[in-house]
Design a protein around this ligand. Structure first.
Ligand code: MRU
Length: 374
């Protein structure tokens, strides 16, 4: 069950570099819990959501209290650890978590990895408590690996940008939210922009508002403000005129799943940006950990794109979660959560193990193979 408890603290300070923990394991006397920063309530308030079992975590994932591919993987693993520690059915929890959302491959990977750790410990003769400990250790390892991957992607990405854009400061356009809110570290695409900012190389971060759930406006702007980055928010449909005015030097996005051919599923609205970037000869760069690369998915057409409820398009959530209608009652809406960008429109894929450019099936496979050997 999830219990909502606002964190007692001063009103959010957009000038503070210190980010609250987005996901942590806690062991109060009543038993272990997974504590999330409830992303549905940002930027209005920094509230914690306390999950005491896997079904609560599944609901938090579906409703986007916790979201973003790498963090979904971490949440999946801790959810299985929670089921193990509280004596619930671990296989049932792993199944429910792995299928809570279909597109980000990280989620199922994280849940299954923790499930394997539990099974392996049991098979080796560990009692239930020791197996639960091994499962938690696996979740913690995944969490730490993601933080390390984030730092490595930031370094590779910043170097790539400096090579692609040798002139003055970079003007980067980003979509959705890919920062510390989605990661054990500082994120994926956003971490690259942050590295450029720290190096004094970021002239402007253009932030797409990201309809219909406003991850750009609510979350990326919140992160950019905390980091004191030079950022400007735009309506998604203003991107075309921004490119036409020559104001974008590169596009940086994350990914939810990268197929074997290099096709990238990411937040809906990414594909139109890739088309615009191609037309205007602007580099279109995808930043994602290898945990997002799924060589078992042959191509973009084989990626399952999550379809979400129409009310996310026909209504907007006001203060206190109040639904305000945007369209006449009964209006039907098309609401895919993601779209797929073909490899031919992608200039480079930045991972923790290096950069794939041009984006080809062979290049991607070689990078994955080299990292397995490392
Ligand atoms: O529906 P969301 O908010 O989970 O979608 C998130 C995205 O599309 C991100 O761009 C993606 O997960 C990459 S984050 C590193």
């Amino acid at each position: 069950m999830a219990e909502e408890s606002p964190v007692p603290q001063a009103p959010p300070s957009p000038r503070s570099e210190q980010s609250p923990s987005v996901l942590r394991w806690s062991e109060p006397p009543e038993g272990p819990v997974v504590v999330l920063l409830d992303q549905r309530r940002l930027p209005e308030e920094e509230a914690e959501l306390v999950c005491t079992d896997a079904p609560a975590l599944v609901e938090a994932i579906r409703s986007l209290a916790v979201r973003g591919a790498p963090l979904l993987g971490i949440a999946g693993a801790y959810g299985v650890a929670l089921a193990a520690a509280r004596g619930f059915d671990v296989d049932e929890a792993a199944d429910a978590l792995a299928s809570a959302r279909p597109t980000a491959v990280n989620l199922a990977r994280g849940a299954r990895r923790a499930q394997r750790a539990f099974r392996a410990a049991r098979a080796a003769g560990a009692d239930r408590a020791a197996a639960a400990g091994a499962t938690l250790a696996e979740a913690r390892a995944l969490h730490a690996e993601d933080a390390a991957a984030s730092a490595a992607m930031a370094a590779h990405g910043a170097k790539l940008l400096d090579g692609l854009l040798p002139g003055g400061g970079h003007r980067l356009l980003t979509h959705c939210n890919t920062g510390a809110l989605v990661s054990g570290g500082e994120g994926t695409a956003f971490a690259v922009a942050l590295a450029a900012h720290r190096a004094g190389r970021l002239r402007r971060l253009w932030v797409d508002e990201t309809r219909p759930l406003w991850q750009g406006a609510r979350l990326t702007a919140w992160e950019a403000a905390r980091r004191q980055m030079a950022y400007t928010l735009l309506a998604d449909n203003a991107a075309g005129s921004l490119f036409a005015a020559g104001e974008v030097d590169a596009v940086l996005i994350g990914a939810d799943r990268i197929a074997a051919d290099g096709a990238v599923a990411n937040k809906v609205g990414s594909y139109p940006l890739a088309v615009l970037a191609h037309h205007h000869r602007v580099p279109f760069v995808v930043v994602a950990p290898l945990s997002t690369v799924d060589l078992a998915t042959e191509n973009g057409a084989a990626i399952e794109v999550e379809q979400r409820a129409g009310h996310e398009v026909t209504e907007v959530r006001g203060r206190g979660g109040l639904a305000v209608p945007l369209a006449p009652l009964g209006t039907r809406a098309y609401n895919p959560a993601f779209d797929v960008t073909p490899p031919g429109l992608i200039s480079a894929i930045v991972t923790e193990a290096g950069v794939v450019t041009p984006v080809t099936a062979e290049g991607l496979a070689a990078l994955c193979a080299s990292s397995r050997q490392a």
